[in-house]
Design a protein around this ligand. Structure first.
Ligand SMILES: Cc1cc2nc3c(=O)[nH]c(=O)nc-3n(C[C@H](O)[C@H](O)[C@H](O)COP(=O)(O)OP(=O)(O)OC[C@H]3O[C@@H](n4cnc5c(N)ncnc54)[C@H](O)[C@@H]3O)c2cc1C
Length: 381
């Protein structure tokens, strides 16, 4: 077993880190306050291959591995978790669903502009009454001649307002339950599609989250994504991979929060010495680093298994659960180490603490990860 990254991967890490330090760090709080995803960043992200990280060359992607993907996501999250959430949702949900289940013409038409950063993806599963129980969705798609007509409202959709290409899950046969849900590709500007309320969030504020409303929104049969009735099953497969991305985001966020706390612990003096000399502060930093390294290994293992083409339902859920819970703890201790300065916006600890909570909620809560893990682990009791 080799637990070291390759030279190319170390180079990739440095490249994305330099980019994040130069292009994100100076604007983090400005974007947080504006609560808007900086669209002007997309072309620069695309120039580094970050809008199509894992997709093959022929679709305009950077053809990186799942482990490489984790490195990119970590490095963005280390500096700005909310910009990173947008990049992860674009790559790991909307674009990934089209890559995994789209036809060749759909990939050419929709994936290429997404992977090259000409367009931004969204992925709409959640509704106000169906979050964890996503299969209980109410949005319908009804066949009318050669077309499908969508009606319903999606909730908490990343890029619900700014997304150009949206993958939408809708009920095509109520009688068939979760096997009666299909996926559709809907483009911004389609008649009957409009953005609803934009959420005013605790954290991840530079990543736009909105309601999306479908009112007799008509799409052609060619816009069905995957096989009719397989939309929910496919969505779960997309989430298996997406969760590795959120685990990497949590690892990167925890890395940023840890580094900020470590720096502060050496700088801040009380009782005539740096607070980093006090045993209880050192213990917090040691525990943070130890847990963080464990989370990183779980995440890389899930990614390496994905690269080997193996099923990762268990490993992705474990990585997501452990990394997000670890990141919450690290970000909280980061605030504690900063004392009162952790509670104000002059230091980055406050923003990591606000942003981190999403990682235990998005793409399946911690409770749902435990259900997924239990289903894999405890079937023979
Ligand atoms: C910033 C942000 C971005 C998002 N982006 C997207 C997106 O792009 N696309 C999309 O489709 N969705 C998106 N979501 C939605 C997200 O995936 C859901 O919020 C999440 O799945 C939880 O659903 P819920 O909010 O309805 O909570 P609920 O499902 O109502 O859960 C409430 C509580 O009950 C617990 N719970 C529920 N069921 C069980 C159970 N069986 N056992 C134990 N506990 C349980 C949960 O763990 C949680 O603690 C986003 C959410 C946020 C906040």
């Amino acid at each position: 077993m080799n637990v070291s990254l390759t030279e190319e991967q170390e180079f990739l890490r440095r490249t994305v880190r330099d980019f994040a330090e130069a292009e994100l760090r100076p604007h983090v709080m400005e974007w947080d306050q504006a609560q808007a995803f900086p669209r002007e960043l997309i072309a620069r992200l695309a120039a580094l291959g970050l809008m199509g990280i894992q997709f093959p060359d022929e679709y305009g992607g950077a053809a990186m591995s799942a482990v490489d993907y984790c490195i990119c996501i970590e490095e963005l999250a280390r500096v700005d978790p909310s910009v990173c959430l947008s990049v992860a949702a674009h790559n790991g949900l909307g674009a990934a669903h089209i890559f995994m289940f789209g036809t060749e013409p759909q990939k050419q038409q929709y994936l290429v502009p997404l992977a090259t950063g000409q367009k931004l993806a969204a992925w709409a599963l959640t509704e106000s009454t169906s979050g964890s129980d996503a299969a209980a969705m109410r949005t319908t798609a009804t066949r009318v001649g050669e077309d499908w007509v969508l009606n319903g409202t999606k909730q908490f959709i990343t890029h619900g307002r700014g997304g150009d290409v949206m993958v939408v899950m809708a009920v095509t046969s109520k009688a068939k339950g979760s096997r009666g849900i299909s996926a559709f590709i809907v483009e911004r500007g389609t008649s009957g599609l409009r953005a609803g309320k934009k959420e005013d969030k605790l954290g991840m504020r530079a990543s736009e989250t909105s309601e999306v409303v479908f009112e007799d929104c008509r799409v052609s049969a060619a816009q069905m994504l995957g096989i009719e009735g397989q939309g929910f099953v496919n969505a779960l497969q997309v989430l298996d991979a997406g969760r590795i991305g959120i685990a990497a985001l949590a690892v990167g966020l925890a890395q940023g929060a840890y580094e900020a706390a470590r720096h502060y612990a050496f700088e801040r003096k009380q009782f005539g010495q740096p607070i980093g000399a006090f045993q209880s502060i050192r213990a917090k930093l040691v525990d943070a680093w130890t847990r963080l390294e464990g989370a990183r290994l779980l995440t890389y293992r899930a990614a390496a298994m994905k690269d080997e083409g193996r099923r990762t339902t268990l490993e992705a859920a474990m990585a997501k659960l452990h990394s997000s819970e670890t990141a919450v703890r690290v970000a909280e201790d980061g605030v504690q180490i900063h004392g009162g300065y952790g509670f104000v916006k002059d230091y980055p600890a406050e923003k990591y603490f606000r942003d981190v909570k999403l990682t235990t909620i998005g793409e399946g809560t911690s409770e749902i990860q435990r259900l997924v893990i239990a289903r894999q682990l405890l079937t023979t009791l």
